[in-house]
Design a protein around this ligand. Structure first.
Ligand SMILES: Cc1cc2nc3c(=O)[nH]c(=O)nc-3n(C[C@H](O)[C@H](O)[C@H](O)COP(=O)(O)O)c2cc1C
Length: 382
């Protein structure tokens, strides 16, 4: 895209194209939103310890995740209501991921169904489960397996909805509420409005079958009100019910990571949900090393605040196997659909490559913890 060089540029384009209430939904965080800054600051906290006179004439990003080879240590995170950002947004993300050879995780709150995405995409598909109630969860799990999703993500950090002031102030809801303010918001963003009018209102398509057309459950997903009683015994039952790979998302302590692995999970996703649930939670980037020490043989994915290839390299050096991209790829989606997502992925890959060259590391697989160190306090910040 013309004039776009980094994720911040894509963010600006996304902000311009989307009505304010939709951009606020994409961008917003919980409470005073300080978690957004903390998530970014945690990556700035680390600096590289470069090695010189190393042959870096060829660089390799290939890595292994959940027993498979990946061309680059990236996964597209599950995000709900992608259809609000771009028509068939789930498909655009899934296709861009497949084009880059990386997994795409479809949210329970997607606007295309488990089956619709599987029919149209050849790549590695993961399904993210919100447990609203256990019968519905059982049906989603069976459908995801029947549609050949390889991996199930159980999201554990949404026992209740976070306090998101932007969404409350905007009255953000699906279907969009008609108000003078919302109408003005739409009319001042004609490109978005046109695609919205020609493609129709995004629906929660996973709920559109006979067994799942449960309007109370749909409303609960939209309000992010999950089964707050879901516990470790339920995780074990889920493990027994799902034959594929299982990841638990929202983990932030070594003790919980250890328990997940003991319960049969294949790995954990260190995440504070992009600071969208509570501002006071730990920052995933700060706990990678400790969790890696606690579960040395398990797959570890990190998200929340990843915006550059350098962030990815730092996360891997600290012990992660891969990172998940949330808002970064959504900015690309909102700005320019599948092409925007593909471009964001290419940008991050180029930045990983450049970073490897400049720190004297020829391969992602050769990164170790001593490639990073905490910045001295004087130099902290950007
Ligand atoms: C608009 C939006 C919607 C999201 N919806 C979901 C969801 O449906 N399920 C889920 O597990 N996480 C959801 N997340 C959290 C992401 O999976 C991921 O943890 C987060 O975006 C990572 O932080 P980042 O945006 O700073 O990269 C959502 C995030 C955003 C920005």
């Amino acid at each position: 895209m013309k004039g776009v060089f980094d994720i911040d540029d894509y963010r600006a384009k996304a902000k311009k194209r989307l009505p304010a209430m939709v951009f606020d939904y994409l961008e917003g965080a919980a409470d005073d939103e300080s978690g957004l800054d903390h998530n970014r600051a945690a990556f700035h906290r680390w600096e590289f310890c470069p090695r010189r006179l190393v042959d870096v004439s060829a660089r390799e990003q290939q890595t292994r995740l959940l027993g498979k080879s990946l061309p680059t240590p990236l996964v597209i995170a599950p995000t709900g209501l992608n259809g609000a950002f771009w028509p068939k947004g789930d498909l655009a993300l899934a296709k861009a991921a497949a084009g880059a050879g990386i997994p795409f995780a479809l949210s329970t709150a997607s606007n295309m169904s488990i089956e619709e995405v599987a029919r149209e995409v050849q790549g590695d598909l993961w399904f993210q489960l919100y447990v609203v109630h256990k019968n519905l969860a059982k049906s989603f799990v069976e459908r995801a397996w029947a549609a050949e999703y390889s991996t199930l993500i159980l999201t554990t950090d949404v026992a209740v909805n976070g306090f998101r002031k932007r969404d409350l102030r905007n009255g953000f809801a699906m279907p969009f509420r008609t108000s003078v303010r919302a109408a003005c918001d739409g009319l001042t963003h004609p490109k978005w409005l046109w695609s919205y009018l020609t493609n129709g209102m995004p629906q929660l398509r996973n709920f559109a079958t006979d067994t799942t057309s449960d309007t109370a459950a749909q409303a609960a997903v939209l309000r992010r009100e999950m089964d707050a009683g879901f516990d470790w015994d339920d995780l074990k039952r889920l493990r027994d019910a799902w034959p594929g790979k299982l990841l638990v998302k929202g983990i932030l302590t070594s003790a919980d990571a250890t328990r997940c692995i003991e319960a049969g999970a294949d790995g954990v996703i260190l995440s504070n949900h992009g600071a969208r649930q509570h501002a006071g939670l730990p920052v995933p980037a700060n706990v990678i090393a400790a969790v890696r020490d606690a579960v040395p043989a398990s797959d570890l994915i990190v998200d929340s605040g990843v915006r550059t290839g350098a962030d990815v390299v730092k996360a891997i050096a600290l012990g992660a196997n891969a990172v998940m991209l949330g808002r970064a790829t959504l900015y690309g989606l909102a700005a320019n659909g599948e092409a925007g997502v593909a471009d964001v992925l290419a940008m991050i890959r180029r930045d990983i490559d450049r970073t490897l060259a400049l720190i004297g590391c020829p391969a992602i697989s050769a990164l170790t913890r001593d490639f990073v160190a905490e910045r001295p306090l004087m130099a902290a910040g950007r």
